[in-house]
Design a protein around this ligand. Structure first.
Ligand code: ZN
Length: 675
């Protein structure tokens, strides 16, 4: 479980539970970024700038790749939990067919639940991974199902799944000392214990130089004799999720003639073959072809990719993102890539853990055109793929920053009062106003296109050594590389930052977020669970603990009964980041599980209950949704009377419920339960 996606939110805008759905006024006159806000979620729109300037071929390619993307939605929903599709469909039937009162409190509470199910692609919170419950009563819901002409045998068995907090309480359990598979509700294993799954993966591990990623595209189950076997996700007869994958393949075939280059044609063809057969050798060929496809303006991800949703970090969650290069902004990341070796050589890490030759880090800034599967509605703002270390080492990787989504976050966050409440003084507010839109982008660029690509593992060490702490340490490594270098004069020299003050905006926000304000996203009494949150806490808390005792570079102070982050010495803070970078790189390079575990336990998990309560109480009145996600634009093919495609039109007006109901109607072929 390595190299990967950054799920960081651009702005520090994060929990209070405004439990009533509410419409929100447009954030700007000309483009209403905010669609609606409910519970802890804000739904945004994103602009797709310059779409009209693409060629007809490029637009058509985007169109068919988008169709291929949307067909994967149900796969991810099912991966997230065995009953998710059935729950969603039953709720949608009630939503559309309920003949009773649609103004009452129970109805409102039910609608809120369905909106949350859509957002999470299932019944567990997309970020905390805890099951959430409807606030309407079980009796009201059962009666509403009945009145909506649902059969009792269809909805009755689901009532415990939906309403009983002890049934399937956690999507991905990371607790120490329990069977991670039996205690997780995600649907990557069935009737298989953690020990059995680990034994299976160990027995099938491919130790060749270009190994197959065993388990990437399969579910582990038991056959009738009780042997552990893989059910492979593939479009061919007998494949798990075959019906949906056939639709993906059908649209990839339609996209094929519009590929921009021969290399891109190869990519799409390999992906079609892989989807059909589930053959992991074909997947490797696809991934290598994809890394080499650098000349096309349009690009895409489509398939089983990130492994955060699997407690063992093996199987990929289905996701898709269709995008095209933002030409002007890409210049910035190309400067970083061109200097990758310089950054590697000058980092604080031990020379043994540095890459002697930084190869093929291609970085670009992209415009997202469609988000799907694990990228929808909640979305990463930077992505670095492929995940297989040996491909990254031998063929390189692609790293992207998604500019139009970051822009939507920033635009929607303007004037929400968050910084005014939590920042120490006018000086920090001023840094933030002047620089943070830019430094946020640059931080992601550094994290994705240099951080994840930096360093090397010692012989014999693999991504598996750090087990459940692998993601946290990997994200910490990429963030620390980024934080160390954002303060380097080299960035000013390269023209990426305007002056040597700019990085202070990012330093302050990272420290404030990691140690204090990200707690607003955690429920009272809970610890930190999610890998990116743990990573940010690990960095901030380690730095605070190692600051100079007499003259601290950085400290949490108390003023008028409130806690604030105070940075006294920005250069000194940079040195601390550099120290921790060297440590984390060593832990990752040597696969030192015990030390990784110690770091996580000491700095990344526990929450001070008093500070936590204070953060929540200061945050609540701001009424800011802590999590955000998106609705997609709608693309429509325009054809002439002979059926030739003449244009692809884009429309931004679709609402949140409207979009999900349409997706459920038009892109849904899987059975309720997939075995
Ligand atoms: Zn990352």
């Amino acid at each position: 479980m390595k190299k990967i996606i950054l799920v960081a939110l651009a702005a520090l805008t994060f929990v209070a539970c405004n439990k009533q759905p509410q419409q929100v006024t447009p954030s700007t006159e000309d483009f209403p970024y905010m669609v609606e806000q409910f519970y802890d979620l804000g739904i945004l729109r994103y602009r797709v700038p310059d779409f009209e300037q693409l060629t007809l071929q490029q637009k058509t390619l985007v169109y068919y790749l988008s169709e291929a993307a949307l067909w994967g939605r149900d796969i991810l929903t099912d991966q997230n939990g065995r009953y998710n599709l059935r729950v969603r469909r039953i709720c949608e039937t009630v939503y559309e067919n309920y003949p009773g009162d649609k103004t009452g409190e129970d109805w409102q509470k039910f609608v809120l639940y369905l909106k949350r199910v859509w957002f999470s692609n299932g019944i567990h919170h997309h970020y905390s991974e805890d099951k959430f419950l409807p606030e309407c009563s079980r009796e009201w819901f059962a009666e509403a199902c009945r009145q909506s002409n649902l059969k009792e045998e269809d909805y009755a068995p689901l009532l415990d799944v939906i309403f009983d907090p002890t049934v399937l309480p956690k999507k991905v359990c990371q607790d120490d000392g329990v069977d991670l598979l039996l205690s997780s509700a995600c649907n990557y294993y069935e009737g298989v214990t953690q020990a059995e799954a680990e034994a299976y993966y160990a027995a099938h591990k491919d130790n060749s130089p270009e190994p197959l990623w065993i388990g990437l595209n399969s579910k582990l189950v038991k056959d009738s004799q009780g042997n552990v076997i893989e059910r492979t996700y593939k479009a061919e007869e007998g494949g798990l999720y075959a019906a949906a994958l056939q639709k993906v393949v059908e649209n990839l075939r339609k996209a094929l003639p519009y590929a921009e280059t021969d290399q891109q044609k190869l990519v799409i063809q390999k992906l079609i073959d892989y989807n059909l057969t589930g053959n992991l050798q074909t997947f490797n060929e696809y991934a290598i072809a994809w890394v080499k496809d650098l000349d096309s303006r349009v690009d895409f991800i489509n398939g089983f990719t990130e492994v955060y949703g699997d407690p063992l970090g093996v199987t990929g969650a289905w996701e898709s993102l269709v995008n095209y290069k933002n030409l002007a902004a890409t210049e910035r990341t190309q400067k970083l890539s061109a200097n990758a070796q310089w950054f590697e050589d000058h980092s604080t890490t031990d020379p043994r853990y540095k890459k002697a030759e930084c190869k093929g880090i291609s970085a670009k800034v992209i415009t997202a055109a469609i988000l799907a599967g694990d990228c929808y509605p909640s979305t990463p703002i930077g992505i670095n793929l492929p995940n297989a270390n040996w491909i990254r080492k031998s063929y390189g990787s692609k790293s992207v920053t998604i500019q139009n989504l970051m822009e939507a976050y920033n635009e929607a966050a303007l004037g929400n009062g968050f910084n005014e409440e939590f920042m120490l003084s006018e000086a920090e507010l001023d840094y933030s106003r002047r620089y943070s839109a830019l430094t946020g982008d640059v931080q992601v660029d550094l994290h994705e296109c240099l951080g994840h690509g930096s360093g090397q593992l010692m012989p014999g060490v693999t991504k598996d050594n750090l087990r459940e702490h692998g993601s946290t340490l990997e994200e910490a490594r990429a963030d620390l590389f980024s934080l160390y270098y954002i303060a380097d004069p080299k960035l000013v020299e390269l023209g990426i930052l305007p002056d040597h003050e700019a990085y202070k905006a990012e330093y302050y926000e990272q420290m404030m977020n990691g140690a204090l304000t990200q707690l607003v996203r955690v429920e009272p009494g809970k610890n930190l669970e999610e890998a990116h949150m743990r990573n940010r806490a690990l960095i901030a808390n380690w730095v605070l603990a190692h600051a100079n005792a007499d003259k601290p570079e950085v400290a949490i102070i108390r003023r008028d009964g409130k806690h604030y982050m105070q940075i006294n010495d920005y250069e000194g803070l940079r040195a601390l980041y550099g120290q921790l970078l060297a440590i984390v790189q060593e832990v990752v390079s040597t696969g030192d599980y015990a030390r990784a575990k110690q770091l996580v336990e000491d700095y990344a998990v526990r929450v001070d209950p008093d500070i936590h309560a204070e953060m929540l109480s200061r945050y609540k009145p701001l009424n800011i949704p802590p999590y955000k996600g998106f609705v997609n634009p709608v693309y429509t093919l325009v054809t002439d009377k002979d059926g030739h495609i003449t244009d692809v039109q884009i429309d931004y007006s679709e609402g949140y419920a409207e979009q999900h109901l349409r997706y459920s109607r038009d892109y849904s072929v899987l059975p309720d339960i997939n075995d």
